[in-house]
Ligand binder design. Structure first.
Ligand SMILES: Nc1ncnc2c1ncn2[C@@H]1O[C@H](COP(=O)(O)OP(=O)(O)OP(=O)(O)O)[C@@H](O)[C@H]1O
Ligand SMILES: [Mg+2]
Length: 230
């Protein structure tokens, strides 16, 4: 299954898109050689932030594409009239190891960018979040948590994969509760069956996720292995 996205994969594609942007703004690219160069497209600059493994990920699950459509449809008007991201539903992508959860999540971000949605986004795994929150010289954990908490779009990858403690539970709660209260779109992935999330992340987090997320349940074999038996 594939998702139709329109995105420049080559330099020629980027130039065509740039010409379309200029034309839409009433600037003839052929007669305006001095026009300031447009910044690279959001998708191109986002590509640099997406881990190489997922740089070409396509969100091909119907529920993921439906979520992308919903977020793009209900967005606000951002800078330059481009659609921006607003409050909206979140997505919980669950399934066993290697079934493509992170792929779907980055694919969703890429689809939004390819659709022209201007968005600031952040991505972290739950374990990286906890590691960065440990007191360390020169770091500002509160600032880092605030950046993730308030980001218009957040990918929180691998929730529940780390052994939980009261400390990790409280951190997760602060993050999820803020995003729940402000209805900020959040992509959450987990290896755990949804029914086991409560034990892993605590009732307060699981309850909020139950209300704020739509579900994508991935099944099948571990795509990292050539055969299911290997
Ligand atoms: N729909 C897809 N089409 C093509 N390749 C895919 C697809 N989904 C996943 N993959 C590939 O399969 C591998 C595993 O995907 P991914 O890392 O997203 O799995 P995961 O469910 O997040 O695993 P984990 O639970 O270990 O985090 C990656 O190499 C990824 O690029
Ligand atoms: Mg993953």
């Amino acid at each position: 299954m594939t998702t139709a996205t329109r995105e420049p994969r080559t330099a020629a594609g980027a130039i065509t898109r740039l010409a379309a942007i200029l034309t839409a703004r009433g600037i003839n690219p052929a007669t305006e050689p001095s026009a300031a160069p447009e910044p690279v497209t959001a998708l191109e600059s986002a590509d640099a932030r997406i881990p190489p493994r997922y740089r070409h990920a396509l969100a091909d699950h119907p529920r993921t594409t439906a979520w992308v459509t919903e977020i793009a449809r209900t967005g606000t008007t951002g800078p330059g009239g481009a659609p921006g991201i607003a409050s909206g539903p979140s997505l919980l992508i669950a399934g066993p190891t290697g079934t493509g959860k992170t792929h779907q999540a980055y694919g969703a971000i890429r689809s939004l960018l390819a659709a022209g949605v201007r968005l600031r986004w952040e991505a972290t795994t739950a374990s990286d979040l906890y590691a960065a929150q440990r007191p360390q010289h020169g770091a500002n954990p509160e600032q880092q948590l605030g950046r993730l908490t308030r980001s218009p779009l957040l990918l929180l990858d691998d929730l529940g994969a780390t052994k939980q403690s009261a400390w990790t539970e409280e951190l997760t709660y602060r993050l999820v509760n803020h995003r729940y209260n402000h209805m900020l779109p959040t992509l959450v992935t987990t290896n755990l069956p949804v029914a086991e999330l409560r034990d892993a992340v605590g009732d307060r987090v699981a309850s909020r996720l139950a209300e704020m997320t739509e579900r994508v349940i991935l099944t099948g074999h571990d795509r990292r292995r050539r055969t299911a038996a290997s």
